[in-house]
Design a protein around this ligand. Sequence first.
Ligand code: FAD
Ligand code: UDP
Length: 380
Amino acid sequence: MFDYLIVGAGYAGSVLAERLAQVANKKVLIIDKRNHIAGNAYDYYNEDGILIHKYGPHIFHTNSKDVFDYLSKFTEWHYYQHKVLASVDGQMVPIPINLNTINALYGLSLNSNEVEDFFASKAEDVKQIATSEDVVVSKVGRELYEKFFKGYTKKQWELDPSELDASVTARVPTRTNKDDRYFTDTYQAMPLYGYTKMFEKMLDHPNIKIMLNTDYQDIIDEIRYKKLIFTGPVDEYFNYCYGKLPYRSLEFKFETIDRDQFQQAGTINYPNDYAFTRITEFKHLTGQKHPKTSLVYEYPKAEGDPYYPIPKMENTLLYKKYQALADQLTNTYFVGRLATYKYYNMDQVVAQALTTFKKILTQETTKPSTNGKQILKSKN
Ligand code: FAD
Ligand code: UDP
């Protein structure tokens, strides 16, 4: 009899497994249908010995001291500030758009005050910022929106930015200074020995058993447990009873070339050319020294592994119906990017899992847990 069955060994599942085992002394079984732990953050050394990320480039950044301190129990860090260039009008210019971007693109030599006026002169007057188009045109105008955002977003989401929630392009700010970092968070670092090693340490506890290559549907009736933590897609859990929640997928094409370096920055975005959105060169991120270098090209797709929830009002409303079902289940917790249908970064999922753990602890101390296997209403 396990105290907890945890479905999914990504951040959501692994953080909860660790806390429940270490702090609450619970017996935990964590399973994943893949053949590895670490979820989408999984990394490994390829056949040339270069550390790569199987599910696309993962750069850790957070403003939360709690999250950073928590993960620091399981890893040392390689401090890295991510930089991204965009290939626009035949030039490689910094994105997020900043002072240097504008000066390079238009052959100007503006200062910060002047670039602010430049943006103001181009910005469109948008009454209410509702969509991803509104966010950008209200700050920098239509021309820059079309150069940097429209094409990239159409490729990535197969939707026009005017059809997507504001939150999507709002992830990318606009700057009037020369700060050319992609993120400005207080803590920006990569696990020194990789994400997978960090997860191995997190899950290395006598109270935690790990089962890989295991879909929960295949074992749910065989395993005895008291409570369930589910981190897979919430619509799958409820047998798609309200229909499928849309997710966006990607195909990753990896390449290793016999050269020390391929490109000037960790990532180069291609908003207007090619079928892929961006190329990332892993050695920039990891700081690894190697005579060869490995790259990943990201090709957006409709079908495939569910990587991105699609932030759009109708999808949020559909998710809310599933959330209402989830809320009715006692002793079952839905945590993570897929189970709560949120376009969360890694640190946000860690924070969500730590909050869920606190909630669980409070419940454990205030009411007795049910004995025996819970009846999963949704399965019948
Ligand atoms: P996941 O990592 O998806 O883990 C869920 C696990 O559940 C999976 O391993 C899955 O196999 C398992 N599972 C699902 N269904 C079942 C089932 N039926 N039975 C058993 N197991 C099941 N975040 C950042 O902070 N920085 C970045 O640079 C960044 N880059 C990203 C790039 C890409 C291309 C993508 C897709 C995401 C990126 N993210 C990034 C987001 C990051 O991947 C997520 O925030 C994080 O991995 C979510 O963790 P999770 O545990 O919620 O989900
Ligand atoms: N985006 C864009 N052009 C860019 C970078 C981002 O249009 O050069 C838009 C695009 O819609 C993208 C979103 O902003 O999906 C968020 O970008 P981010 O780099 O955060 O995407 P992620 O790393 O999560 O794929």
